[in-house]
Design a protein around this ligand. Sequence first.
Ligand code: 5GP
Length: 178
Amino acid sequence: MSYKLGEVILSRDTIARRVKEIASEITNDYSKNDSVLFVGILTGAAFFLTDLVRELPEDLDIKVDFMSVASYGSGTKSSGVVRIFHDLKGSIEGKHVIVVEDIVDSGLTLSHLLGILQQRNPASLKVCVLLDKYERRKTEVKVDYCGFRIPDKFVVGYGLDCANQWRHLKDIKYVIEE
Ligand code: 5GP
């Protein structure tokens, strides 16, 4: 099967505006005395996370780390496998943590990951996703900050890939199967 790019679902301007709004929601929710650790889930969320944290005020105490968790194979269908390939550098005990993910679909990846992180006793644990395919949820996940709710169609761009292709697109587009 081959894939080609379809129409734009979210333009770069729309994404940039929403990223700024989420940054101000986060700014309002934490005090200047808090230290907040942003945990990006590689690879897709790296793009969203780096834009997001640069919209936060300079006097907020922000740390950034990444984890690599895989649940998908090389195509557009879930493999059902959730594995940690790369873990955080340090302890999250007593820290305010925000997990940043590109997209929540079935919710299996995030709920698995949140279970692991919760066992490490953070002061708080929140979830920030750019895209939410809420119709596809198989397990409940509390999403604290959400960019956009989107329909059940495969998308790429702004970090999201299809077989590691098209992450670099500035806009988010649908993929058409041929
Ligand atoms: P979940 O465990 O919630 O089903 O899957 C989350 C992961 O599935 C995301 O991190 C992402 O890698 C992948 N995923 C789900 N839907 C899409 C989509 O429309 N486009 C892309 N590129 N990845 C998706």
